[in-house]
Design a protein around this ligand. Structure first.
Ligand code: NAD
Ligand code: AKB
Length: 315
């Protein structure tokens, strides 16, 4: 049996750091090559191989895939929703061309599996707000959402036409304490913890009653590994799976944090990100993921808040 060798692209980012460490636990440190445009994240240093790589440089990417005998690729390099609205062309180019480069190389080199995340940002103002279904009206209004929607259909195309085993999840906003978020609309749900612990006050860029789907990073890692380990015949969605864990507003997370930090206060100063948040669903229906590969989250708002505060207090 051929031993799997994994390339993680965008490994120094919010998800990349934790996913690389989790993959190294499963596949062995030497078998998971971390790569990024920026320098190696401190948490990855000394835990396994690292290469500097630009996913836009297809030739360089191809060379690395051959040189390192790569059999699986996890593509995490992207520009997220808030940064994407500031530079739509850059976001479109990276989010699309990066994916097409990976899919082409996967086809040519017969890579066993590819992972590429989509987002709840594929949905737009005309999608159902509550328990947004797997298949529904999808009319995104951000360049990030448009790139995710197009990307989902490229994944489906490469699977149908060339047999590439590419799998995907529509992550909600991800909350983590290990690595910093990278320019999303849901970043407030991470900033709020740092501000609560450091200054006991926070000014939120979304309104108090803005509900969004969210997930704690350990659940996101669990979902990713479960999806990638599932037998091929259990994967019925080749665009991207809805996954859900919790949904809350800035007001609700403030109340949850006040259980631990009673003096914590919040103020609201909504900016351009409010329009983005208002275009997304408030909650997600993930019945198909539950049915196909037994998806089940472990963390709700209360458990996530307790774990975030406990871990950040020890940093
Ligand atoms: P991030 O911005 O924290 O990390 C992305 C990484 O990609 C960065 O380290 C960056 O240096 C790297 N990168 C950028 N351009 C590159 C290039 N040309 N070549 C190689 N590397 C490059 O993002 P993240 O939050 O870790 O998101 C990872 C993926 O998950 C993205 O596709 C994102 O859309 C998706 N996602 C994230 C969230 C979330 O809440 N974090 C939610 C839904 C979907
Ligand atoms: C963002 O806010 O852009 C991301 C996402 C939900 O895709 N966190």
């Amino acid at each position: 049996m051929v031993k799997d060798k994994i390339l993680v692209i965008g490994a120094s980012g919010q998800i990349g750091v934790e996913l690389t460490l989790a993959l190294r636990k499963v596949y062995g440190n030497a078998n998971v090559v971390a790569s990024d445009l920026r320098e190696e994240n401190d948490l990855l240093k000394g835990t396994g191989p690292y290469v500097s790589l630009d996913v836009m440089n297809k030739e360089m990417l191809h060379v690395q895939v051959i040189r390192q005998n790569i059999t699986q690729i996890y593509l995490l390099a992207a520009i997220l929703s808030a940064t994407g609205e500031k530079n739509p062309n850059l976001a479109w180019n990276l989010n699309m061309q990066g994916l097409l480069n990976v899919l082409d190389i996967a086809r040519e080199e017969q890579i066993h599996k590819v992972y590429w995340p989509s987002s709840i940002a594929v949905f737009g103002p005309t999608s159902p707000k509550i328990n947004c279904p797997q298949q529904t009206i999808i009319e995104p209004i951000t360049v990030y959402g448009i790139s995710k929607y197009a990307g989902e259909f490229w994944c489906n195309y490469y699977h149908q036409r060339y047999g590439v085993d590419v799998r995907s999840l529509r992550y909600p906003g991800l909350i983590s304490y290990k690595s910093a978020p990278g320019g999303g609309t849901t970043d407030y749900a991470i900033e709020i913890f740092h501000a609560a612990l450091e200054e006991q006050k926070y000014t939120c860029f979304l309104k108090e009653d803005t509900y969004l789907p969210m997930m704690y990073m350990p659940d996101a890692i669990k979902a990713t590994l479960s999806l990638m380990e599932a037998p091929q015949d259990q994967i019925t969605v080749r665009t991207s799976y809805n996954v859900a864990a919790m949904s809350f507003s800035p007001k609700e997370i403030t109340t949850a944090i006040q259980q631990f930090i009673p003096d914590f206060t919040i103020a609201y100063q909504p900016d351009y990100r409010q329009t983005i948040a208002d275009s997304w669903p408030q909650s997600i229906d993930d019945t198909t993921a539950k049915k196909d590969w037994n998806w089940q989250p472990d963390f709700n708002l209360q458990l996530m808040t307790a774990d975030m505060i406990a871990n950040l207090q020890h940093v």
